[in-house]
Ligand binder design. Sequence first.
Ligand code: GLC
Length: 364
Amino acid sequence: MPNPATYPHLWLWDSCFHAVVWAHLGDERASRELEAVLEGQLSDGLVPHMRYGGQAPDTWLGPLRTTSSLAQPPMFGHAVKVLLAHGITPSPQVVSRARRGLDWLWTHRRTELDLLYVVHPWETGNDHSPRWDGWGAPGRTRDDYDRAARTAWNKLRMGDVTFHDDGAAAWSSAFVACPAGFNAYVAFNLAELAQVLDDPTMAERARRIATAMDEHLWDDEQSLWADLALVGGHGSLDATPISDGVMGALVTSDAGRAEAALAQLELPHRFGARFGPTNVARSHPAYDPGMYWRGAAWPQLNYLLWLALRRWQRLDEATALALRTRGSAVRSGWAEYWDPETGAGLGAVPQSWTGLAVAMTVEG
Ligand code: GLC
């Protein structure tokens, strides 16, 4: 569990990150945790974003009783690769479930542009982002932001979602978007699994998504990848500068763009902060360093940004980020997220994915 009191269930990307941490510690629970989260897979292949421990949290997550109906960043492709690199062999069932999970997203969540879409903010992992403000969500600035009101708005949006026969979320009449971060994560996981399985089909899909991101999501003005609204929102690119917009560097083949995006992680008017990077650009009016997904620093994002920095050989910055993450993790009491200006711990304390600081510094 991410945290037994605040998050008493399995969450998809959390469990994949936990498996990465276990692998770095040489602990066999790496495969058990990956197995457990993939066991929630629906009959057509979606790996749901939550698998409930005991009772379902509420009735608003969809029609299913033991799992949610929503997607989340499918980090299991990367997790399988990390396990193997640490001498832990995931079961054949884990590998085939991981492949089917990625197949499902490719088959059921792809637009004609080769971009993948989400039907609810919870599917992005970044559920209160200013990038969703344009959908009429309550609160746009620090002063009028109310977390409970935003959560209530998110719950209401479940009422707009339609479902496939197996319970997987299919579409929404109010919120559909192709997020830069989510697309980068799917392409990255396809590429990671393609590499360990030597699978040209998955590798090709990863390339197609990355190419589509470069073609349709790149925002020259911000030098970031941005989100594309399909239903609701502005019906165009949302350029609110958030660090999810840097994640394209995990998969693009465009060195210039990767460099331009990654360089912003240390710029003080963008994402650079003493305990950062921040998740929202510091100069943006919505930036709120103490607020959930409105500017705070998140360890799992730091880990992904660290991978992206390493991919582009920005090794000094990668090491600095790893050390900063470790320092902030310890200072915050291994918090779920923290204030990038002060390092003060926020959210659930301790939170399991903050163990990624170990993965970053053992290898860093
Ligand atoms: C929150 C986060 C989500 C995470 C979950 C469990 O809902 O927004 O990304 O998976 O908590 O940690």
